[in-house]
Design a protein around this ligand. Structure first.
Ligand code: FMN
Length: 208
């Protein structure tokens, strides 16, 4: 059940450095990222799948995130578009045409989207693109739980450092969040800890 997966998973603090994620489990997690929905279907991000120990070490992880990332099997770096451009939206439109065929509705839709996004402040576009990456992050965490793979979402890193190491600025990308994957190790004080969450009354307001 979905609820069981959500209670099994936790933001793992210590990984077993001796355990590597099998390729089929990685593929299942990456496929969840690929299938995640995004605004207008633009998928305005890329994910860098880092296993190289030196690169994992040099992503600019802060505090305890450093050891966790070094010991984790994989680090997925979610890097979103720095803005929306005519070319980027055209490529989304072309992908839609190649799968669904040409349609006047799609032509009008993407023309409208370009008119809205391309002239907009790049900082607003970058924020919008980053939010899309976080949806995929959520899907990835659930897919990892389904595979019984431990995972930690991490914002505690220096994005400028990660961008430099991965050469992201040249590609018009900005690192947003990192998801480490692997298997829990010894000394993880959060393993088995009950979830701390708002009550349903505090979280939901029903407007009937
Ligand atoms: C976007 C995001 C960023 C996070 N950044 C970090 C981080 O840098 N380091 C860390 O150990 N945990 C990080 N966390 C984990 C949260 O603290 C954790 O998800 C939250 O306390 C709920 O606990 P649970 O995930 O174990 O259920 C982050 C979580 C999210 C969703």
């Amino acid at each position: 059940m979905l609820k069981d997966l959500m209670t099994w998973r936790y933001a793992t603090k210590a990984y077993d450095p001796a355990r590597t994620l099998p390729e089929d489990k990685l593929e299942a997690i990456l496929e969840a990222i690929r299938l995640a929905p995004t605004s207008s279907g633009t998928q305005p991000f890329e994910v860098f799948v880092v296993t190289n120990p030196e690169i994992k070490k040099s992503l600019g992880m802060m505090g305890m995130n450093q050891a966790a990332t070094e010991n984790a099997s994989h680090a997925l770096v979610f890097a979103s578009w720095d803005t929306y451009t005519e070319e980027r939206i055209d490529s989304v439109h072309a992908a839609s045409e190649s799968v669904r065929g040409k349609s006047e509705l799609a032509d009008r839709y993407y023309t409208g989207l370009k008119g809205l996004y391309v002239p907009r402040d790049p900082a607003i576009n970058a924020e919008h693109a980053a939010r899309q990456a976080y949806i995929a992050l959520g899907f990835a965490m659930l897919a990892a739980a389904e595979q019984k793979v431990d995972a930690t979402p991490m914002e505690g890193f220096d994005p400028a450092q990660a961008d430099k190491v991965l050469g992201l600025a040249e590609r018009g990308l900005k690192s947003q969040v990192i998801l480490t994957l692997g298997y829990r190790g010894d000394g993880d004080w959060l393993e088995g800890a009950p979830k701390v969450r708002k009550s349903a009354e505090a979280l939901f307001t029903r407007v009937a």
